[in-house]
Design a protein around this ligand. Structure first.
Ligand SMILES: [Zn+2]
Length: 279
């Protein structure tokens, strides 16, 4: 299984021209027939699952949006506004599921015309991020450029921050914003998913049916990512159907609608451990 995963991973990375070890989490790799993960994921967070029930004190995440264009194509201002609204709604449970008590406060939007960064933000990751990045460990820098058709976004994890602060952040494809031209992925949930990684969540199918899964108690074990939007799916012998409506699966946007209470707790736990600025 490990070799199969590795083979698919390498195939995806080669197809994308990515360098293993550089990119972080990404949402989808269409090149893999079974969509095994295409990114060099870290081991699950070292923290144990958060004790439930977990007391959530509202968190406000400062966010800087960096729109990269090639001078002609790129995210329109209205789509950026739509993405912010989608983030707010998704994290407060308006589409379904838990209110994560995570809010976002837009600090500003930068616009940069740079065709090379626009077409290959991963290849120019270091220079792009070190030029544009603002804030500390608690500031979300969201870069919107154009990725390959195979990958819609990628993110770093909170526990990576101290090792490499300048690359912290999320990159998504401008076509995945609400109302964008990317079929099946046009409701802005790519941004919701990638920011879930930035806040410390793993995929719901992490580790397949094996422990510790995604490190969250209330997302049933899931053997493999969901493709499209099936009526239901159950890939593990343990109780519970696959969480196909969860934002941390790979389902089409129309299928996604929720975070769980356990995921909300995990994000708050990771925030306290890694993202609150040390004074
Ligand atoms: Zn992902």
């Amino acid at each position: 299984m490990a070799w199969r995963t590795l083979a698919v991973t390498l195939a995806c990375l080669l197809a994308l021209g990515l360098v293993p070890g550089q990119a972080a989490a990404e949402r989808r790799c269409e090149a893999a027939a079974d969509r095994l993960r295409a990114d060099p994921m870290p081991p699950p967070p070292l923290l144990p699952p958060p004790p439930m029930p977990y007391r959530l004190t509202e968190i406000t995440v400062p966010i800087w949006v960096h729109v990269i264009t090639d001078g002609r194509r790129g995210a329109p201002a209205a789509a950026v506004a739509g993405q912010m609204e989608t983030l707010r709604d998704a994290y407060s449970g308006k589409f379904g599921g838990a209110d994560t008590k995570i809010r976002f406060a837009l600090q500003g939007v930068t616009r940069t015309a740079n065709p090379a960064w626009f077409r290959d933000p991963l290849g120019h990751e270091k220079v792009m991020k070190s030029t544009l990045r603002r804030g500390g460990p608690d500031t979300l820098n969201l870069y919107i450029a154009q990725l390959s058709e195979l990958v819609l976004g990628f993110s770093t994890y909170p526990h990576w921050y101290s090792g490499n602060p300048p690359v912290d952040g999320v990159v998504i494809d401008w076509r995945s914003l609400p109302g964008g031209p990317l079929r099946n992925f046009d409701r802005g949930f790519t941004g919701v998913h990638e920011i879930g990684h930035w806040l410390g969540l793993l995929h719901t199918f992490e580790n397949g049916c094996a422990e510790p899964g995604d490190g969250v108690e209330d997302t049933p074990p899931q053997g493999r990512p969901t493709d499209g939007c099936p009526d239901s799916k159950d890939t593990c012998p343990q109780p519970g159907e696959d969480p196909i409506h969860n934002f941390m699966d790979y389902s089409h946007d129309r299928c996604m609608r929720e975070f769980t209470e356990g995921q909300a707790a995990r994000m708050h736990q990771m925030w306290a451990a890694y993202r609150i600025p040390k004074t």
